[in-house]
Design a protein around this ligand. Structure first.
Ligand SMILES: [Zn+2]
Ligand SMILES: [Zn+2]
Length: 87
């Protein structure tokens, strides 16, 4: 799902539509919903994209595409995150 700065509309079983601002983390591809007073994550100045809280905390630029590449080489998410953390 690639929709940075997009708008997500969830339909609940009772038929109510709940609209929420959202963005997709450029580093892990996670959709982050922007809630008032919540952790909004961060902004990566290297790739100029919104990133989620955990990725912002890492303080490094590691775009999702690079993680996909590493996964194609047989690495697990855990290994990839460990490598990102260690620089
Ligand atoms: Zn992330
Ligand atoms: Zn980045």
């Amino acid at each position: 799902m690639r929709n940075p700065g997009g708008y997500a509309i969830w339909t609940y079983p009772d038929g109510k539509n709940v609209e929420q601002d959202s963005f997709t983390c450029a580093h892990c591809n996670q959709v982050v919903f922007i809630k008032p007073q919540a952790d909004l994550g961060g902004f990566c100045i290297k790739c100029m994209k919104n990133v989620c809280g955990p990725c912002a905390d890492l303080g490094v630029c590691h775009p999702f595409e690079k993680k996909v590449e590493a996964m194609e080489k047989g690495k697990t998410w855990e290994q990839i995150f460990k490598e990102v953390k260690n620089g």
